[in-house]
Design a protein around this ligand. Sequence first.
Ligand code: FAD
Length: 296
Amino acid sequence: MRIIEEIWDRSPTLSFEFFPPKSDIGFWDLYRTIESLKPLQPSYVSVTYGAGGSTRKKTLELVTRIKRDSDIEPLVHLTCVEHTRGEIAEIVDDLKSNRIENILCLRGDPPAGSSGFEATADGFAHADDLVSFVRRRHPGLCLGAACHPETHPEAAGPEADLDNLKHKVDSGVDFLITQLFFDNADFYRFRDRCAGSGVFVPIIAGIMPILSVGQIKRFTEMCGAAIPPNYLSKIEAVEDDPDAVRHLGVLHATEQCLDLIENGVAGLHFYTLNRSTATRAIFQEIRSSLAVKSGR
Ligand code: FAD
């Protein structure tokens, strides 16, 4: 199933993102977690693509298994990091032969310890190059890409970032998924700016329930998302109590989702960090609004 068709037929879509665990036991635990989320009827699940060879292999194994053995649609992330175009060609041909129809084309985060992203000789410098390459090689695949409502940290500015996004979408992107954000006003402003600049593909909102103060500070520092001061002070006040942080994280993400559904979002994509409890709790609260809009 091509995700873009699901977006047109049943939006808002509901999707969950996982990363491939390092160990074989972790691999099977995660596979069971994904299976256990089936009753929530996700439109698709996505699997991230890391910087190391062994985790990359696990990403490809996991999506192939999901496609072959479960009735959930996988979306595989693919990055330009340390890949030549020959390697990318092999990977996408292999994905295609395993009937994977949906690829999220990303530039990728630089490997741990390196000072910044560097394109590989005979590789790709930006996600738009990857999109053009995959689109030309397999025109029938459904391609997603990332976007950054609060502007990508390396961009020269919001306008330059939007111009680059427009070019990426015009290279053959079917839908976008946003970087995590905590203030819906940022998302709505970004969606309007996209429409004003001729970026008309559906934009799916990336949602992350905060589960740990230390962890979210690390993430937001890296991706440039801001935590609204009143939300930050509430979670900081209880940062030594993981249950209390989780409760506030679920509450905030639930409010975000309900408001996004009300305002016609194309889809909700949960950054699960491989845990399902918070996502399930949010789903319980949003299920009726979701059902009314999407006909689930
Ligand atoms: P790009 O679109 O290439 O943009 C990167 C920067 O380059 C931006 O500043 C942009 O303005 C600029 N730019 C883009 N095109 C051009 C151009 N043609 N000329 C000049 N400048 C240009 N990372 C991983 O490593 N693995 C994952 O699995 C992963 N999954 C993700 C999933 C989602 C939904 C999101 C939102 C992010 C994910 N990331 C992942 C992180 C992502 O790789 C980083 O945010 C990365 O820094 C940028 O990726 P991009 O695809 O947006 O890059």
